[in-house]
Design a protein around this ligand. Structure first.
Ligand code: GLU
Length: 461
């Protein structure tokens, strides 16, 4: 069974690059009928916070990505890591290194002066003398001194790392006993049964070290897929300056979860030239073998385009629910369907859609000067009054009924349609623009229409 994972370090919010690897991992697990698990890498007490973990979980909830099983927190696994450190020490695969900070600095300076790679020189690797006093040892793993380490990567192919170029006996536990990053990642991936690791290629340099740990402990090495970074339009790594990178900011800006997920799945993965993927399709079609080899480019227009697409195609019932966080509640409105049908084509985001709804449903309290000048001239008020009379003596329900009554006024007063359309629009909305007025009248109904007309006349006479 395929088991994938997402393993964020909770140092801030969940960012777009992290979410993308989470999505890829999720999709691949589901595609194979496997499991997607979540591990919070919260061992760095100075940089990690519970709020950051909560922010990650909140983003997952918003997007409907659910992890399987319990969440694993590295901060609760010290005993497990200690057990493996002891095992490696007992087996002679790791050792205590008593080098002091000063010695390490001195070594580094000498290496730098000789233009050598700065690395630990292995001086305690085979030490069996009396340890120096007053130095708490770190634990180092015996890394291979020569030969190559092969990372078989599903995206990049097999990459060979020369042991002498990249490895030294790296620290697996600090002087205070705290285990280090690459050590715990390898242990957890093994214990959690993870056999396919999809992560950003910024982690590629960690992989040989993790392989050293896997091999020392006799664990199977998972399949790796290192995903190229997301770049901005200038070909640089995506940064905060390129717009929001916190996933929850996308909610704030009015993007739908579907649009964001669709946008992300296409950042670095493709299936022919298909752009729109329902969630089920993503699950059905995703395969990490199709992850692109080069960096992907973040493109806001594309996200907007997808978002408009999803807004247009979301059933109105669901769309009404999506508007709730933007202070618009039309979930129980009788004319919900008509309102959203009239407006959903006009907004790129939910945040844009929300005020359009409010505008229609609220009696205007102000009238735009330019609109008044253009619309309330000549006999505009007479036309509006005539229309009010028509409304009072009829019982219009649908937009077409309201329209027919407008036609009657037009023909009886022998005026052009604009002579009723424009003043009516300004009376109803306080400004120009917006969807068809007959539709607006159907939405707000007869009494509110009459009220808005009479109010517009009173306030602008
Ligand atoms: N905790 C790492 C991060 O947040 C990810 C580790 C991994 O995927 O192996 O970047």
């Amino acid at each position: 069974m395929v088991v994938t994972r997402f393993a964020p370090s909770p140092t801030g919010y969940l960012h777009i690059g992290g979410l993308r690897t989470a999505l890829f991992s999720y999709l691949w697990a589901k595609n194979r009928g496997g499991k997607f698990v979540l591990r919070i890498e919260d061992t760095d007490k100075a940089r990690n916070s519970e709020e950051a973990t909560a922010a990650i979980l909140k983003a997952f909830e918003w997007l409907g990505l659910e992890a399987d099983g319990e969440i694993t927190y590295q901060s609760q696994r010290d005993e497990i890591y200690a057990k493996y450190i002891k095992q490696l020490l007992d087996e002679g695969k790791a050792y205590k290194c008593y080098m002091s900070k000063e010695e390490l600095t001195e070594l580094r300076e000498t290496q730098m002066a000789n233009k050598e790679r700065t690395m630990y020189d292995g001086r305690y690797r085979d030490f069996d003398g009396t340890p120096p006093e007053g130095v708490k040892p770190v634990i180092r793993i015996k890394a291979p001194l020569t030969g190559e380490i092969l990372v078989k990567d599903g995206v990049k192919g097999t990459i060979s790392f020369q042991a002498e170029d990249i490895l030294d006996d790296f620290v697996i536990a600090r002087a205070d006993g705290a285990p280090t990053y690459n050590f715990v990642v390898a242990i957890d991936d093994h214990l959690m049964g993870i056999n396919e690791v999809i992560r950003g290629d910024d982690h590629l340099s960690n992989t040989p070290k993790q392989i050293v740990v896997y091999e020392a402990l006799g664990f199977d090495i998972p399949a790796f897929y290192h995903v190229p970074m997301i770049h901005n339009a200038n070909g640089k790594k995506l940064s905060k300056r390129d717009g929001a990178t916190d996933v929850m900011d996308y909610k704030e800006m009015g993007y739908t979860p579907q649009a964001l997920l669709n946008f992300l799945v296409r950042l670095g993965w493709s299936h022919g030239d298909q752009e729109i993927f329902s969630f089920d399709e993503m699950v059905k079609l995703f395969n990490p073998k199709d992850i692109n080899k080069s960096a992907s480019i973040y493109n806001t227009e594309k996200l907007d385009w997808l978002n408009s697409h999803y807004i247009k195609n979301t059933p109105n019932d669901e769309l009404a629910g999506l508007l709730l966080p933007y202070d618009v509640d039309i979930t129980a409105h009788e004319k919900k369907e008509t309102i959203l049908d009239a407006l959903k084509e006009r907004a790129k985001t939910l945040k844009e859609l929300a005020p359009l709804v409010t505008e229609i449903l609220t009696t205007p309290t102000t009238f735009e000067a330019k609109a008044i000048k253009k619309a309330f001239k000549d006999n505009a008020f007479d036309v509006l009054k005539a229309y009010s009379e028509k409304l009072k003596t009829n019982d219009p329900q649908l937009a077409s009924d309201y329209h027919a009554l407008m036609e009657e006024v037009v023909s009886e007063m022998e005026i052009g349609f604009g002579k009723i359309g424009m003043p009516l629009r300004v009376a109803l909305l306080g400004k120009m623009g917006g969807p068809n007025i007959d539709v607006i009248m159907e939405i707000i109904a007869k009494e509110e229409t009459l009220l808005r007309i009479s109010q517009a006349i009173t306030e602008n006479s």
